[in-house]
Design a protein around this ligand. Structure first.
Ligand code: LIP
Length: 276
């Protein structure tokens, strides 16, 4: 039975959802930035001793959820730090309050606030706020991907067009489990001689936005959570990148692959070969 859809859902245009997400992401990014210097004072672990969550992660998610539901009380929310609320509007917000938490903890300037709006199961709007640079990556389904950098006019993003795999700069990331990391390291060892180079930046959301902006040519990662990838995958796709899973599997179950269209087929085949 379809749940009752509040009026808000019938007028849940992607652009309106994005406007709200941008305002909230900016406020959350400011909170995260203020918390950077004391990040190490309140740290817990989750799935492993190196899978960390700080008090700032939790405060950021609390703020984001409060602002989104104040504006749209009938929406659902799914957040990395525990937010999990069914809505009745057909809109569900998918939130990573700090993507790149280890970078945040260490002060490595590659961590972001990621907010995506899913309407009836499809991500239709997303924002990734790079906390360290103040850059804002945004996209709406069919509306393109955009980058707003402080003091500069917004510009439309387009993925690169590398001529070959050998000239493809590849970003990836690794899980928090020891055996998973052992296997992922073996894959990287096979991949490295066949591409331009590897980058491990530490934030899936920013990795996907870097495919959109052309700062890397391709990205792949196993076992991401929905909140790591929801907004960034839309930004990459709207910038013309091919965003997919392994052959015959949905994006993110278990693999996310985003690649410049000029090398997407070859890159997908290589990633599939190395994960057989
Ligand atoms: C992180 C991802 C990153 C991945 C890390 C971690 P978090 O998300 O953005 O790409 O390699 O293992 O999952 O935990 O910082 O929100």
């Amino acid at each position: 039975m379809t749940p009752f859809r509040a009026d808000a859902a019938r007028v849940a245009e992607p652009a309106e959802l994005l406007d709200l997400a941008v305002v909230v992401a900016r406020e959350a990014a400011a909170l995260v930035s203020r918390g950077r210097d004391t990040a190490a004072e309140h740290v817990d672990t989750k799935s492993s001793p190196v899978d960390v969550v700080t008090a700032v992660d939790s405060a950021s998610e609390e703020l984001i959820v409060a602002r989104l539901l104040a504006a749209r009380p009938d929406d659902g929310v799914l957040g990395e730090e525990g937010a999990d609320r069914e809505g009745t509007s057909g809109v569900r917000w998918i939130v990573d309050p700090i993507d790149g938490t280890v970078n945040f903890l260490y002060g490595v300037p590659a961590y972001a606030v990621s907010i995506a709006a899913e309407v009836d199961g499809e991500v239709r709007a997303g924002v990734v706020a790079d906390v360290a640079t103040g850059e804002l990556f945004t996209a709406t389904a069919g509306g393109g991907a955009w980058l707003a950098a402080p003091g500069r006019p917004a510009r439309r993003l387009a993925a690169n067009r590398p001529p070959s795999l050998e000239q493809t700069l590849v970003a990836t990331g690794f899980g928090y489990g020891v055996e998973q990391r052992r296997a992922q390291g073996a894959v990287v060892a096979e991949l490295l001689p066949r591409v331009r180079d590897i980058r491990r930046l530490g934030s899936a959301a920013l990795d996907l936005c870097r495919v959109a902006s052309g700062q890397v040519d391709a990205y792949y990662e196993l076992h991401l959570n929905p909140w790591d990838r929801a907004a960034g995958a839309l930004v990459a796709a709207e910038a013309g990148a091919v965003v997919t899973g392994l052959p015959g599997t949905p994006v993110g179950e278990p693999m996310v692959i985003a690649a410049a269209p000029s090398v997407a087929a070859a890159f997908l085949a290589l990633v599939a070969e190395l994960h057989r």
